[in-house]
Design a binder for this molecule. Structure first.
Ligand code: BES
Ligand code: ZN
Ligand code: ZN
Length: 497
């Protein structure tokens, strides 16, 4: 889909979008269309009980003299309440309405609301981001699709008085959207397409953006002593990998990096502690944490962020087989700490243990953030709205919480503490890989904390937010790409030159 910005204000497309504010106040462009149609817009507002509240839409067949198919009258709500997130969401709502309308070209009269908190350019550019992200579909495996369900929109022209500035602003957001869509693709691909080897190859594509990509094989990881990660992959026919992505965007090459670490279990059967069959297909998404890291690296490199960032992802497949690890096995992690495997389905923390240790040991990062679809328990606690965060550092948690608010990828902080940590002491090794009956997400986080030393660190449990069963304003149902924008915003706010 092509998105352009220009200064025109008259309809040029199959579908023309105009805005109305709270209490039915027409924008200038809406007034123009109303006049050109002999009062059609005002009549529709009255007949359709349209108040102009945020997100309200009426879809009008255009009169013949306009030479377009339809006019979409869209409510923006109170002018003073319009902000960046509302601009994004209204873009998403417009796209949701038109995506399969049959119309190919959309023009949007993006008159910026005079009394809002954002500039004309911001209004137009952020609306474009919402339009792009909501247009995303993963339909490559359909060999036939009903015409009425196929996305029809191929071009969007956003008309703004600040078209040039909007275009500049969007160029940057467009790179972030590239990262989000890359993450969504990776998460949606099934386990027979994305497995550790093929996934590592896919990540190599980031080299073309200037990201240095290094792939560790099993022999190397064995030499490094990564017994925790390797144990998870040992039942799979696929070789495990760790992939290290480095983006050196800061002028100061010696500046310690920000580190992102991701759980990349390309399929989680549970291993010998096999999961129930029903719904197991969803476990292709168990590399969602790593996809967020890969997507964020793509976004940062794409927009040439002035920061040093390293991404580390542990890629394994968790399978049951005669070579799989057993409950009761004891493995030695790269840190030297030993782990009793109680449940082979609590595998993500084992992968992250070695990835976290390796990252802090090799890169001495200023902060570390890990993302993982780690526990079903976080969905019980927070549903699909918030990701759960766990941290040893209040300042970093607050920075992340603020970034989450800004991009509407919200996080909610959960506690850590000695009382929880005791749960994972083992009778035979330094620790075991699961706690008791309660607080499963915290037990998992306590486990990870034993591998971070004193580096300021946040663990983000995205089991609830990586995949959504319902559509939202910014995404079709399915993989959300959650985490890409969150990490990008965190870097923007805090770590660029
Ligand atoms: N990948 C799962 C977490 C998960 C489960 C995400 C359901 C989304 C939906 C993880 O590897 C896992 O299986 N965790 C176990 C841990 C338990 C065995 C201590 C869980 O959450 O049940
Ligand atoms: Zn599992
Ligand atoms: Zn898992």
């Amino acid at each position: 889909m092509n998105i352009i910005f220009n200064k025109k204000s008259l309809p040029t497309a199959d579908a023309h979008v105009i805005f109305v504010y709270a209490n039915g106040k027409l924008s200038d462009s809406a007034s123009k269309i109303d006049k050109a149609t002999g009062g059609l817009v005002k009549r529709a507002i009255i007949i359709g009980h349209f108040s102009g509240k945020f997100g309200q839409i009426i879809d009008l067949v255009a009169p013949e003299n306009l030479e377009i198919n339809r006019v979409l009258v869209v409510g923006l709500g109170r002018e003073t309440e319009i902000d960046i997130l509302r601009a994004q969401k209204i873009g998403g709502k417009i796209m949701a309405k038109l995506i399969s309308s049959g119309d190919e070209q959309i023009s949007i009269a993006a008159d910026a609301p005079a009394r809002s908190n954002i500039s004309d350019a911001e209004f137009a550019a952020h609306m474009a981001l919402g339009i792009r992200l909501r247009r995303y579909r993963f339909d490559k495996y359909f060999t036939k699709q009903e015409e009425a369900k196929k996305p029809s929109v191929i071009g969007v022209s956003i008309m703004s008085a600040s078209a040039l500035n909007a275009k500049k602003l969007f160029a940057d957001l467009d790179k972030v959207a590239d990262g989000v869509e890359f993450a969504r693709d990776l998460v949606t691909e099934p386990g027979n397409v994305i497995y550790p080897e093929s996934y590592a190859e896919k990540i190599k594509e980031l080299s073309s953006l200037g990201v240095d990509v290094e792939i560790l094989d099993e022999d190397t990881m064995e030499e490094l002593g990564m017994g925790a990660l390797l144990g998870v992959g040992q039942g799979s026919a696929c070789e495990s990998h760790m992939v290290i992505m480095r983006w050196q965007g800061s002028e100061n090459t010696d500046e310690p990096p920000v580190a992102f670490i991701g759980k990349g279990v390309t399929f989680d059967t549970g291993g010998i502690s096999l999961k129930p069959g029903s719904g197991m297909e969803d476990m292709k998404f168990d590399m969602g944490g790593s996809a967020a890291v890969v997507g964020a690296m793509k976004a940062l490199a794409g927009r040439k962020a002035k920061a040093n960032v390293v991404g580390v992802v542990g890629l394994v497949e968790n399978m049951p087989s005669s070579t799989a690890q057993r409950p009761g096995d004891v493995v030695t992690s790269m840190s030297g700490q030993t782990i009793e495997i109680i449940n082979t389905d609590a595998e993500g923390r084992l992968v992250l243990a070695d990835a976290l240790w390796y990252t802090q040991d090799r890169f001495k990062p200023k902060v570390m953030l890990d993302l993982a679809t780690l526990t079903g328990a976080i969905m019980v606690a927070l549903g699909q709205e918030y990701a759960g965060i766990f941290s040893n550092n209040d300042a970093l948690s607050e920075k992340l919480t603020e970034a989450g608010r800004q991009v509407d990828e919200p996080v909610w902080r959960m506690p850590l503490g000695n009382a929880y940590d005791k749960q994972i002491n083992s009778k035979i090794a330094d620790m075991k890989n699961m706690g008791g009956k309660y607080a499963g997400s915290i037990a998992a986080a306590q486990f990870l904390q034993r591998y971070v030393n004193d580096v300021p660190w946040v663990h983000i449990d995205i089991a609830g937010t990586a995949w959504k069963t319902e559509t939202s304003d910014m995404a079709d149902r399915g993989a959300t790409g959650y985490g890409v924008r969150l990490l990008d915003q965190l870097v923007r706010n805090n770590y660029e030159d």
